[in-house]
Design a protein around this ligand. Sequence first.
Ligand code: FES
Length: 294
Amino acid sequence: MTTIVKAKVVGNQAVRPEVFLLTLETPEIAAAARPGQFVMLKVAPGPDPLLARPFSVHGTDGGKLLILYQVRGKGTRLLAEAEPGLELTLWGPQGRGFDLGGAKRPILVAGGMGMAPLAFAAKVLEERAIPSLFLNGGANQESIRGLEDRLEAMLVAGIERGSVERLRSFFAAKTKAAETSFSGAPRIILGTSTEDGSFGHKGLVTDLLEESLSASQDLQPDLVLSCGPLPMLKAVARICAKQKVASQVSLEAPMACGVGACQGCVQPAAGGGYLRVCQEGPVLDAAQVDWERV
Ligand code: FES
């Protein structure tokens, strides 16, 4: 059910230049929000800009809703100026989030601001004591700065940084640990890639995904969740289809209404027709999407 509320800004700090963490006091929406869902937010109290914009939910903290956003234009520039105490209108949570129900050995693949919803998913997996691999990619060290700090801040047990070899053996080691004692062991391991090699693996985050999926088949990861730029999502879908691993992708689309009415957010569906990203998504099974036509 969509709830329209006015929410007080509690915090709006830069986590790095041009990326901000917005905290809104909105207990009803915070209680209902799930990883992968989004809210429609009017970025300023007045009539300009008129339309609300979609922002993925980065997390919740009691009755507070967290939104991690990048300044990309006039609207987000305005939002970056919001001071604590200001009241903003929003509605949600909207859309279909990640289905974490059956996951035992999930991999999360984030590119750029894809960190925002996936850090929330990592937090829920940690709460459920499900070990997971988190693969994060960016163009360079500067582009990932602040984002991995947000992931670490969301988790109780923190993260362990892993080499490619560690990524390959993670689930095997976790299974052995679970048979004996799981206490004290980090439940999430983080692999980072940068295209210029200035931090972590040099190359694409999907290289790390391929490495992780090429591990011993009896402990094959069973679900891949991803959010990031379209070329990355296409590569994730292709790799997962080849390896026969279930995959869920969070798609971005321009959204005018966010409630299924305007058809402005449609993306081509496998088998013909279209999917409304705001209703059937934003998280879709990769097999639902016609990747040739996206
Ligand atoms: Fe209007 Fe999806 S944004 S139908």
